[in-house]
Design a binder for this molecule. Structure first.
Ligand SMILES: Cc1ncc(COP(=O)(O)O)c(C=O)c1O
Length: 373
């Protein structure tokens, strides 16, 4: 039996609920399909759970980053410091508002942005710093918050992969002035479609994001700013509100799988698991670093185990963003992470036997023994 990396049956158990909601909302007399009572209730649910001032649901995690940048008036001639290792929206959302991404290298072990590298990239043009949590580990938000405060720049937290993670008692998303979540299918709180949210401790900022997500309107046909269309779907909102009840348990399951992997992968030659512990850990994706990464990927594939390389190239070396990279500058830790990182299956409905199969295979590859049961 194959163990896929991207499981095709994420919503299998909730299919009936989805179909019932399509019928219910699709046949309701008000025919309200976007930004209605279900979106508001879903936002309120997340806001109360987090203790945030506001949560604004929007089109995607990428759109959420763009909305925050716009709400903070980041634009032409501004610079935003982002990690050199990460997903494309970290750079593209900045370019989209007319600002320049400035790439800072990452920590060699955790692969999250290095606060010293961030501090050294801040200039008089820097408007914001935008760290991202990377799969298994949250960025060093206490130090980044200090840097933002002492250097007078805004702090945007790309917590797209870290919904439900907590660092020193503060949930991912609330360390920054604003944070974002992504609900795209494969995320920890994914849904069958595209969606995201902005979360913030700043009620005024939340109101501004709310206005920008609907073409800059607070009042119908009064466009007080140039906004975007990033409205949320009512059926998805009702579905997410329903699925929210099981989210904590699914996260727990992910955490237990991650803990088990980390325990079984400690002291393996040539293979580094994420740091152990629960504080500041995210369980969306479980990544190891491996000297012979491509060989490990092939070894797992031969045994029917899917894995995935996030990300094969540092952002400043991508054709789309190379023009933003100063000539001759290098990001050695990001390059090393791209050459060594491998993500293993970690979704909550993996069975214990499947988890053990993955762990056994990785250990076998790295020269460790199998699990003795
Ligand atoms: C760190 C990070 N930021 C932003 C995004 C964008 O989220 P979305 O795919 O919902 O646009 C992603 C998506 O994978 C991500 O991993």
């Amino acid at each position: 039996m194959e163990i896929p990396f991207f499981p095709p049956d994420l919503f299998e158990n909730d299919r009936k609920v989805m179909l019932d909601l399509i019928r219910e909302i699709g046949t309701a007399p008000e025919q309200k399909f976007i930004l209605g009572e279900h979106t508001r209730a879903f936002e309120d649910l997340l806001r109360e759970e987090l203790g945030a001032a506001d949560v604004v649901a929007c089109g995607s995690g990428t759109a959420a980053l763009g909305l925050v940048l716009r709400a903070m008036d980041v634009g032409c001639c501004d610079e935003v410091v982002v990690p050199a290792f990460g997903c494309a929206p970290l750079a593209s959302a900045v370019l989209e508002v007319g600002a320049q991404p400035v790439f800072a290298d990452v920590d060699p072990c955790t692969m999250v942005i290095d606060p010293d590298a961030v501090a050294s990239r801040i200039t008089h043009r820097t408007k914001a710093i935008m760290p991202a949590h990377v799969f298994s580990v949250m960025a060093d938000m206490p130090r980044l918050a200090d840097i933002a405060a002492s250097r007078g720049v805004r702090l945007i937290e790309d917590s797209a992969v870290a919904q439900g993670a907590v660092l020193e008692g503060t949930p991912a998303g609330l360390w920054g002035e604003a944070g974002v979540y992504s609900f795209v299918q494969v995320k920890s709180f994914g849904m069958p479609g595209e969606g995201g949210a902005v979360v913030t401790r700043d009620a005024a900022l939340g109101q501004r994001v709310r206005m920008l997500r609907n073409h800059g309107q607070r009042e119908r046909f009064v466009h007080e700013a140039v906004g975007v269309n990033s409205r949320f779907d009512e059926i998805q909102a009702a579905f997410q509100a329903y699925r929210h009840a099981g989210f904590a348990e699914r996260l727990q399951r992910r955490a237990r799988i991650a803990e088990h992997y980390t325990e079984r992968f400690s002291s393996l030659p040539g293979l580094v698991p994420p740091p152990a512990g629960r504080d500041g850990r995210c369980y969306y994706v479980y990544c190891v670093q491996c000297d012979r990464r491509d060989e490990l990927r092939d070894f797992l594939a031969e045994r029917g185990i899917g894995s995935h390389v996030y990300y094969p190239q540092p952002l400043p070396e991508q054709p789309a963003f190379a023009r933003c990279a100063p000539v001759g500058e290098r990001w050695p830790n990001a390059e090393r992470a791209c050459a060594r990182i491998l993500a293993l299956p970690i979704y909550p409905h993996l069975t214990d036997a499947e988890v053990e199969r993955v762990a056994d295979a990785v250990r076998e590859f790295a020269g460790g023994d199998r699990h003795v049961r």
